[in-house]
Design a protein around this ligand. Sequence first.
Ligand code: SF4
Length: 357
Amino acid sequence: MTKHDWTKEEILEIYNKPLMELLYEAATVHRKYHDPNAVQVSTLLSIKTGGCPEDCGYCPQAARYHTDVEGNDLMSVQQVKAQALRAKSSGSSRVCMGAAWRNVKDGPEFDNVLEMVRTINKLDMEVCCTLGMLTENQAQRLAEAGLYAYNHNLDTSEEYYKEVISTRGFEDRLQTIDNVRKTNVTVCSGGIIGMGEEIEDRAGMLVALSTLNPQPESVPINALVAVDGTPMEEEKPVAIWDMIRMVATTRIVMPQTQVRLSAGRTQMSREGQAMCFFAGANSIFAGDKLLTTPNPDVNEDMEMFKLLGLNPMKPFTKKSQPKTVEASESELTSLGEKPKWTRPDHTIERNLAAQNK
Ligand code: SF4
């Protein structure tokens, strides 16, 4: 059964374990619930870029910062369809459409987004949106259009949130997630490390996510890409060890979730990314841009997959159902065999015990 009452202390204890122990535990949880060789490839598409009224300190799309980002009005449905087809032919099974809005406003632009959702849905791809704050009614309209997932990141801990953004509060984020939860759309919510936060804040963010019931189906873990012109332009790159620890901890506290290795992959070696996959990451974003920041080329990623023996996941593979044993205890007993599997609730403990024998 998934634990929903994680405390900050418990999560810090996991995060700070000796690395090899942490990796072993995370990989064990990962294998219990997921195919360790399958990684979902998603494509993030900026359908409306720049000019955002919010002040997220990491974001080059905020209108108030002087960055190199060129603003664009909302793309047309045809443009989005063409990009989605291209993404599909490169192995993506999910398209995530991002618009630099504070919140969704009812009207012709939202109607167009709904049409984009319907269009991508017909391509047999998972379709996700990240459009800012949503009302319950808007979430319902997206659900009716066939939206598979809605992304709304918590970004960081509740305590550190005001250091990053002043134009909205942590509670506003939770409210939108709650509005999405009232529909059949799955929730994608994660955060960014490397914004000057303490490790306690990373743990605090994971407390906020893991105590949601149900937990988010998808959690992106981003490493800050410090962009010139934003208030975080001077932040140092995140150490790969921090990223590995964050992915592993996320995997352990949210065992059924898709953990997405998101922004910052251009700063990571293949070896570093391989350790993140081992630690439980099972999704990446493909394409040379992640909204506005650089991302590895799709061919490079496919080469990496080949090297590591990873396979791109098919769409709608799972809503994170636990991978359970092939036969039940009673079935095996009736065949005169002793059950050899480890039950889902106790896999880690039993595996550790087996190792110690
Ligand atoms: S992260 Fe989103 S809400 Fe914040 S400034 Fe950028 S586009 Fe706007």
